[in-house]
Design a protein around this ligand. Structure first.
Ligand code: GLY
Length: 260
């Protein structure tokens, strides 16, 4: 696996052009993040002093002050007024965008892929779970295919997709296999929901015979907006995941929601 500088050097050696894909809009949002939130990275929820890591403003007035300050900085950076709140929201609530797709064709062949931009504001060299075979994605022609979206750092610890496939190999249904992987995640934090609330995880599972399941640790990022999967087996539809815990996951580091 090649990442970062080594991957870039290899690509150039293979004849790929060096090009900048960063848009001016994204670059300015990144500058805003750098000026206001670059302390975002630090010890995670597995750290002993995870509670002390981040001090969100305690009162609404502090939030308002902070947003006003971010608006001023956004103006200095040259973010147009109509895009400032959007930029501030992406800085405070980093967007994610992972997609997993598992398929079974008419010949009984299975495929799986997981694609992602990872996590916004990630530090250079950070690899999530998507690219790691066995964590974000795993396909076995004799058993099935599975993948994950959510907190990559946590999924890597339980090799989620591989765990699910091995569970099915030993007789579990897709649903049982997924729930077992979620329970292994829960075990990594000794069922401590105070910390587990900051983990988001969805598993997508397709068995060799076409049986499938989608399970998630929490209902969704927000109450009333459940995680869903897209299914196509002749008819195309969205289906809600089955969640292990009721309620929504929370952003990490913890911040109180602000209205746009
Ligand atoms: N699951 C995507 C990532 O953590 O990068």
């Amino acid at each position: 696996m090649l990442v970062g500088e080594g991957a870039e050097r290899f690509a150039v050696a293979q004849g790929f052009q060096r090009e900048t894909l960063l848009t001016e809009k994204s670059r300015k949002e990144w500058l805003l993040w750098k000026e206001t939130h670059s302390d975002w990275w630090g010890p995670g929820i597995a750290s002993r002093d995870w509670r002390n890591r981040f001090h969100p403003p305690a009162h609404a007035e502090e939030w308002e002050q902070r947003i006003r300050r971010m608006q001023e900085i956004a103006a200095d950076i040259g973010i147009p007024p109509e895009l400032r709140m959007e930029a501030i929201r992406s800085v405070i609530f980093p967007p994610t965008g992972t997609i997993h797709c598992s398929t079974l064709n008419e010949k009984g062949e299975m495929s799986g892929c997981t694609t992602t931009a990872g996590l916004a504001w990630k530090i250079p060299g950070r690899v999530g779970d998507s690219a790691i075979i066995g964590a974000g994605c795993f396909t076995d022609q004799d058993v099935g295919s599975a993948g994950a979206t959510g907190s990559g750092e946590e999924n890597v610890k339980v090799a989620g997709a591989h765990t699910i496939i091995e569970n099915m190999r030993h007789g579990m249904s897709p649903f049982e296999a997924g729930m077992d992987a979620l329970n292994r995640l829960v075990r990594t934090y000794n069922s401590d929901k105070e910390r587990l609330q900051f983990i988001d995880m969805t598993y997508y599972i397709l068995r060799k015979d076409g049986a499938y399941a989608a399970v998630s640790l929490w209902e969704g990022y927000e109450l009333g907006k459940p995680h869903q999967i897209a299914v196509h087996d002749g008819t195309r539809r969205l289906e809600k995941t089955v969640n292990l815990f009721p309620g929504a996951s929370q952003d990490w580091p913890p911040v109180r929601k602000v209205a746009s």
